[in-house]
Design a protein around this ligand. Structure first.
Ligand code: F0G
Length: 455
């Protein structure tokens, strides 16, 4: 298989745990078969998430030494604001401790009891904040996104008819904004096309509805537009990204992904009045408007990361590394979500373990089995992540997935081979595996801490 070699070299190394099967059996039992509850010191290759797991560059680490830790008006805030204005094009920025800090503030300043928030598939924390503020999330992603085999190149797109129907049904005044995730994490890291972003913006504007992006993986989205959408092949990632953002009124950002840092996020917004409102809340939940939830050094690393992230060589390598893992699995007949997205390869657990009913958590079990096999940590993104509705009934999402999330600039192709080979082995032994039962369930965001026992 052909691959794109790394556009960087290694300056610092971090040893990782090599464990025995017997050790891993102890570990998974202690963790209640939940990979979130395993200590990282027991993990060989950690594909739990691409969030905050990035390797920063020497330039970013140098920036860490330039932290201005003043309580107000830090130099690094100015740098971060400049980076957001220059690269994303938004006017105002409120720094937060991470993405959900921005989601909290956005939800509080815009959502009233009884409102509806359309979005292209839910994300766990995003929906939780919308619901805690009295809103109801409505999925308006195209149907294809719920079908793991469908190869639509822009499977993250908004279904304009669904959006329009919601407006007709509940009225535009009950829809404060539409949340457009670029890319869509739980659909498999699927992108939204520029054409769709334009159309969504037009329809929203006509109805006086704001467009807020979840910009968490926006650089990956820009790469897919360059690769797949007519007219964008000769544009730079930076140009594409800026055009994408021009169709939005603002965004929430988890800097732990496409800003290439380990912690931090922000809310960006063009409207001055809303910015004012956001600053009133940021002082309650995060900190002064000029640092919010971040230290000066963290803001500096993020500002530098924002510029680095639009380098074509970086993003080309990243997307290609993900695809390499996906293709290797796919070639061996393993059911994965297609096309392979920007940040992860998703295994289709319903097809992997067709004999395990969804209520016996096939994806959770597959994640546990992968850890047992080779010490690779992955994450369930299925019925457990989806949680329960307001009446306490389990959501039964169509997609029952295991996510193999690739940290940025961290692992090599040899690591990808280890991951692929152990999944191929698991697939050969799939008939022998049974499901799980849940023995502890917390009330919200249960996937983080729920515990299980094998059936
Ligand atoms: N939006 C998306 C699309 C995300 O993937 C995440 C986090 C957030 C918002 C929240 O940001 O973690 O900085 O508060 N996703 C991580 C993941 C946790 O593993 O997918 P946060």
């Amino acid at each position: 298989k052909k691959y794109v070699a790394e556009p960087y070299k290694i300056k610092v190394v971090e040893p990782i745990a090599v464990t025995s099967r017997a050790q891993r059996e102890e570990v998974i039992k202690k963790a209640g078969y939940n990979t979130f509850l395993i200590n990282s010191s027991d993990v060989y290759i950690d594909l739990l998430t691409d969030s905050g797991t990035t390797a920063m560059s020497d330039n970013q680490w140098a920036g860490i030494m330039m932290g201005d830790e003043a309580y107000a008006g830090s130099k690094n805030f100015m740098k971060l604001q400049e980076a957001v204005r220059e690269v994303y094009g938004f006017k105002y920025i409120v720094p937060t401790h991470q993405g959900r800090g921005a989601e909290n503030i956005l939800s509080q300043i815009t959502i009233k009891e009884g409102d509806y928030i359309p979005g292209n598939m839910y994300f766990t924390t995003t929906r939780a904040h919308q619901e805690m503020n009295g809103g109801t999330f409505v999925d308006v992603i195209i149907d294809e996104a719920h079908d793991s085999a469908n190869e639509n190149p822009f499977k993250g797109n908004i279904d304009l008819k669904k959006f329009e129907n919601l407006i007709d049904e509940v009225g535009a005044d009950k829809i404060p904004y539409i949340c457009v995730a670029v890319t869509v994490n739980l659909a498999g890291g699927q992108p939204v096309s520029m054409k769709n972003l334009k159309e969504v913006s037009k329809l929203a504007k006509e109805n006086g509805i704001m467009v807020m992006y979840d910009a968490t993986r926006c650089v990956e989205n820009a790469y897919f537009i360059k690769e797949r959408e007519e007219g964008y092949q000769d544009k730079s990632i930076a140009e594409i990204l800026k055009e994408m953002m021009s169709y939005a009124d603002g965004c929430t950002m988890s800097g732990k992904k496409d800003c290439l840092v380990n912690i931090g996020g922000f809310l960006a917004i063009n409207d001055e009045k809303l910015y004012q409102k956001a600053t009133q809340l940021v002082v309650v939940y995060e900190g002064m408007p000029s640092y919010g939830g971040m230290s000066g050094r963290d803001m500096e690393a993020m500002a530098r990361g924002i510029y680095e992230s639009v380098d074509y060589n970086y993003i080309h390598h990243r997307i290609t590394q993900c695809r390499y893992l996906g293709d290797k699995l796919s070639d061996a007949g393993i059911p994965i979500v297609k096309p392979v997205g920007g940040h992860a390869v998703f295994l289709d657990a319903k097809q992997f373990y067709p004999h395990i009913p969804q209520d016996e958590f096939p994806a959770q079990m597959l994640a546990a089995q992968l850890y047992l096999k080779s010490g690779v940590r992955s994450m369930e993104r299925g019925i457990i992540s989806a949680g329960r509705d307001k009446d306490g009934n389990n959501y039964h999402p169509k997609l029952e997935l295991v996510r193999l999330t690739i940290p940025r600039r961290v692992y090599t192709y040899a690591h990808m081979d280890v991951v692929a080979d152990s999944i191929i082995d698991l697939y050969k032994e799939r008939d022998k595996v049974k499901g799980l039962k849940m023995v502890y369930e917390p009330p919200v965001l249960r996937f983080f801490t729920a515990r299980f026992e094998p059936l």
